[in-house]
Write a protein that binds this ligand. Sequence first.
Ligand code: CA
Length: 518
Amino acid sequence: MKPFVIAMNAADNVAIVANAGGLPAGTTLESGLTFLEGVPQGHKVALTDIAKDAPIRRYNVTIGFAKEMIARGRWVTEQLLRMPEARSLDDLPICTQAAPNVEPLTGFTFEGYRNPDGSVGTRNILAITQTVQCVSGVTEFAVKRIRDTLLPKYPNVDDVVALEHSYGCGVAIDAPDAVIPIRTLKNISLNPNFGGEVMVVSLGCEKLQPDRLLPPGSIPIRDERSANAAEALDVVCLQDGAHVGFMSMIDSIVRQAELHLARLNARKRETIPASELVVGVQCGGSDAFSGVTANPAVGFCTDLLVRAGATVMFSEVTEVRDGIAQLTARAATPEVAQAMIREMAWYDAYLARGSVDRSANTTPGNKKGGLSNIVEKAMGSIVKSGSMAISGVVPPGEKAASKGLLYAATPASDFICGTLQLAAGMNLHIFTTGRGTPYGLAACPVVKVATRTELAERWHDLIDINAGRIADGDATIESLGWDMFHHLLDVASGRKKTWAEQWNLTNSLTLFNPAPVT
Ligand code: CA
């Protein structure tokens, strides 16, 4: 491959090195630019002389100010950048950008499981909800027994999973922010992939009692037989006096599980419009290619999904905070813009309570991959949201209440973001990575997209889609975005499994608990 750099905008004064292994000092590009020093892959080279204190621009955005004069051809390292202040949340442009004038996409379908409440699953899974961490060992033991002895009798059921978490007791459960972990756990229990078959394992003495977690009426009515919502909550309480010894607890859980498995087993896939997909997009282990290849392809695919009537959630507060002006400009209504500002302000205050700000986000791996700071990372991250109008905001732990492109306010932490997107009703997950992560979830398929061919080849049995082909010149953002769209329909239909599913790689649910523990 000949020496090759990528600039994102004609107004940029830096570009990133595309070549695997980087480019050595003395390299001269077709443009006449000569490298004054070696620059690693994904890192920035100065395209012009940049005066001290002048803006350094990538994505046509100021990602920093030069701490010293930077000559054309130098490696623009993170040490040479002073980070800009965060954009004030006052005086933002509200609904100033018209939505793109594009036709709806019709006729795209997948094979899914229609639920009684109208939602649609892409997998058929029995989930066992836990009110408290105390019961997790017992539940895990029971789940293993259910997998070994019961699951083979119910071939239409994909899996049984325990919704393990660290919440439930030893927490300030009446603190205002405790609503976040509680509603998260409730709404995950109602994720469309679980078919409305809610069963709960409780210890008995915990603060988060089953009827506080799932009050009467919170489970969608399955059919006439369970019209009485109170009857619908199926709880196995370990401290129940009827349990004599450990095995009697296991027997209770296994017996109750079988009732749910029998009903889940009767579910059949049917042809469903693509508008019933609820897709969470996320990135993790980002590098400078994230915003060049994988995330723009996801953004293109996001537009296709939204045009097909589906729901797409983008998240990760600290990775969109620096793009707030772009987001409020794209809001469909002033109320949506105000909701985004409210969520950002809440998160600014949450970070300030811990004496940090959004800059605490970037990792050593991000920096090694060429991302100098959170502004540069955010500009690459936000493109996952595509170009359509933002039609709704989902506060952390809430269920998405509308379709279209939604901003689901979650931390950027991969596991916390994934957990909150599951609570919002996600039935399919797209995850982009530059440095590489084996991330997966038990509750929902995770399609992983590599930003670079080198990673996709090295992790050939972990990465589902190679967006590095865009930087290689073998695909365009449009062609890869369409491939991704069709791949998602195949995965949603169960025709394709993700690599994380093949290997059964699952990360723990991680509840976002901004409230105190006791
Ligand atoms: Ca993330």
